[in-house]
Design a protein around this ligand. Sequence first.
Ligand code: SF4
Ligand code: SF4
Length: 188
Amino acid sequence: MVVVDLTKASAKNKSVIGDMQAKSGVNLADCYQCGKCSAGCPVALAMDLQPREVIRYMQLGMWDEVLKARTPWLCATCQTCVTRCPHQVDLPSLMEAVRQEAKKKGITPIKELNRFNDLFLNNIRYFGKSHEMVLMGLYNFTTGHLMQDVWSAPHLYFNRKIRIRPHMVKDKASVRKIMAKCLEGGNK
Ligand code: SF4
Ligand code: SF4
């Protein structure tokens, strides 16, 4: 059994946890651990910490456990938890703030997801919106999963879900500015 000195953990991690609250706009004290978020989360089955537990650990100052968890990387930002929460605690924003902090420290518990995130954001920076064909190709190539989902490409193409030629946004510079602002300011 792992014993954690909560007084020490709380003092040591006070500033980073405060920072996470500021970036996400979440007041951790708003959560009273009813568990409705975890009960409704469609990804909870695959998570190592339930959404409710992420908040509980942070309330207790147990930041290292949150930083290493797979949960923030698996959160699909579907907003189900926010709509179910009696206090509208914005868990997806909190997960995003944690993910960014983990990334800054080089902690990426699910490498493929980290790669996908990077490629997706670069795709948006370059085209102004996502170009699925390029995204899919680069993801498969750089992760070594060369044939992953390749067989669904013709179906998607003939149903006009993916295109060969990218549709670029005209004012890509503004899209890049918005992205940079989001990355700087979190939820503010
Ligand atoms: S639903 Fe809201 S109050 Fe309940 S545990 Fe989840 S975050 Fe906390
Ligand atoms: S936003 Fe994330 S944590 Fe909330 S229900 Fe969806 S997947 Fe789960």
